[in-house]
Design a protein around this ligand. Sequence first.
Ligand SMILES: *Cc1c(COP(=O)(O)O)cnc(C)c1O
Length: 426
Amino acid sequence: MRNFESSLEFAKKKDLEDPIKHIRERFCVKENEIYMDGNSLGLCSKDAKEALYHIVDMWEKHGIGIWDVEDSRYFMYQNVLGEKLAELIGAEANEVTVMTNTTINIHQGISTFYQPTPERYKILVDDLNFPTDRYAVDSQVRLKGYDPADAVKVISSSDGRYLSEDDIIEGMTEDVVLILLPSVFYRSAQLLDMERITNEAHARGIIIGWDLCHSIGAVPHDFKSFNPDFAVWCNYKYLSAGPGAIAGFYINKKHFQKEPGLAGWHGNKNETQFQLRQQFDHELNAHGWQTGTQPLLSMAPLEGVLNIYHEVGMEKIRAKSLDITAYLMYLIDNRLAKYGFTIGNPSEDHKRGGHVSLEHDEAYRICKALKSHKVIPDFREPNVIRLAPVALYVSYEDVYKLVEILEDIAVHREYENYKTERTLVV
Ligand SMILES: *Cc1c(COP(=O)(O)O)cnc(C)c1O
């Protein structure tokens, strides 16, 4: 049970007591700006910037020699980053690699594992996931000659916010061969019981892949304890590795012998890669799922920021994230509920990811008004203001001020000064 108070002094006291408050200085936090959008694009850090500048320096100095310097560290950069990421999800070092983007990594996972038979050919998904996951699944099903209307089994949410784990498990019928689900729903922040769902899938001989886009860097995972088959995620949200940063890919070691669905020369064993044979012989670990040349410039910032994550550790990050989101919910209940705001995320710690989902009929225009007050929120159709107080760089005082600004906007109906037409991205 947490005890919060609604005064500014209380927020300041919480900041003083925050064991990871000093980390904020490592991030490029703008003065007078309240950044609540780290679940869409995490802020730049000095560590990420330095790592990026360093790799540009190495390129300048060494030209093609960059692949060989420091014991081929940069040629093997996906191993370096895979090992650092593995710790965040409790996986073994060689079960994790980094490559391309989340969408392509979903294609990689599905094309590797989707082996339909006439009796067993369905992929189970949900209707709350971010749409790119669905586009990828549907197109993979078509590539195998099936119709998504038949072969993609969708578990529906009854309220547009949450999904029941029982419904998911009930959906695991004998015709289902594969499951793809998000760990945390991007709109409502609901965190699924991944261990329970994975165990139920495995008990029925179903392969399961997880999309960690909204949990990596906010919620610790312990993959060793429940052994999912594969997972994907982007590194630019909570993990703050930069716009379009390279994405993550996990494959359980029991599948290392499997043939990658999408093969390429950087998945070949290192020893024979430059013999340039016509016969593909993949590395028997996650790196065997690599395709083409590694984009070093979109990998380096990830190394920088992962150093911060390792310094702090996921336990402290999760503890602050849970506390500061609970504090935000407390202030919403106390100060905003009377203006038509409702909370659209789970209140229980074990069911909540890293953001708060604030709902209001005027959500879109309220977001416009927030920006004029130098608050960066995240709007999601149709009525959701996502607010992510990222543990590493958002303070309790930021959250206090955010709520004060929201209250002001509501009291003075400031949002009425803005148009309802949508702009392209935000
Ligand atoms: C952000 C997000 C993506 C992004 O996919 P990219 O291919 O990296 O652009 C995919 N899936 C989910 C669930 C996401 O939240």
